[in-house]
Design a protein around this ligand. Structure first.
Ligand code: MLT
Length: 224
């Protein structure tokens, strides 16, 4: 079982014909944090909640940072690969046969964005709340990683807060541009909220997931 890789995690097995949502928490969270968000998005999906392995003053994170919003890019790249390997092994071990969708908040959204670029093909879609540009494209060259990743058609939902004190609006816009430049189909929604998640964006993420990602038009009633 994937415990041997060291990631603490929680699995909820859903319907075989539904996606598996990989839930990645913000700083100070854990593998249980986003389970309610996953259930709200799709109560028939399988859920894989993962706990980040880096501790910052006792608070779990997915990678180290040098300061608020300044990432240790070498650590981010190392941790992204480690997480991607874990997710792939967990998918096989738990027979999560549906498409994998990354659902991340803040620090979890940042490593999810990093995974989209570094391990294209692992996720079939992503819902990223309060995400930032994980690393500059030029950083990839320093690590010998090809810059021109192909994310053609990848559906990505980004939810950002106009009053977020941690993430400048142009940073989010740049992330959307980087994803679009790689071919991803990006929906960027702005909310009046700060860094905390609001009901309005969970509701819109639910609509996007059902109408845009699953494409089944079943989301007329939004359960939030
Ligand atoms: C990060 O470090 O990933 C971002 O600053 C968001 C956060 O976790 O506060």
């Amino acid at each position: 079982m994937p415990e041997q890789l060291g990631f603490r995690h929680k699995v909820v097995t859903g319907a075989a014909d539904h996606p598996a949502l990989v839930l990645l928490h913000g700083t100070g969270g854990d593998e249980e944090d986003l389970l309610p968000v996953g259930e709200l998005l799709d109560d028939e999906a399988s859920l894989l909640g993962v706990r980040g392995q880096v501790l910052e003053g006792g608070s779990p994170r997915f990678f180290r940072r040098i300061a608020e919003g300044v990432f240790d890019e070498a650590d981010l790249i190392f941790r992204t690969r480690e997480l991607a390997d874990f997710v792939a092994q967990a998918r096989d071990a738990y027979q999560l046969n549906g498409r994998l969708v990354a659902v991340g908040y803040s620090n979890g959204a940042n490593i999810a964005a990093s995974t989209l670029f570094l391990r294209p093909g692992l996720f079939s879609g992503a819902i990223l709340f309060r995400a930032m540009v994980p690393f500059q494209p030029s950083t990839l060259e320093q690590f010998g990683i090809p810059r021109d990743v192909d994310l053609r058609g990848l559906p990505v939902f980004l939810a950002a807060g106009r009053n977020d004190p941690l993430i400048p609006a142009d940073n989010t816009e740049r992330l959307a541009e980087l994803l679009r430049a790689a071919g991803a189909r990006v929906t960027l929604e702005w909310f009046t909220s700060g860094h905390a998640l609001s009901r309005a964006e969970l509701s819109l993420a639910h609509v996007w997931y059902h109408e845009d990602f699953l494409g089944n038009g079943e989301s007329q009633s939004v359960p939030v």
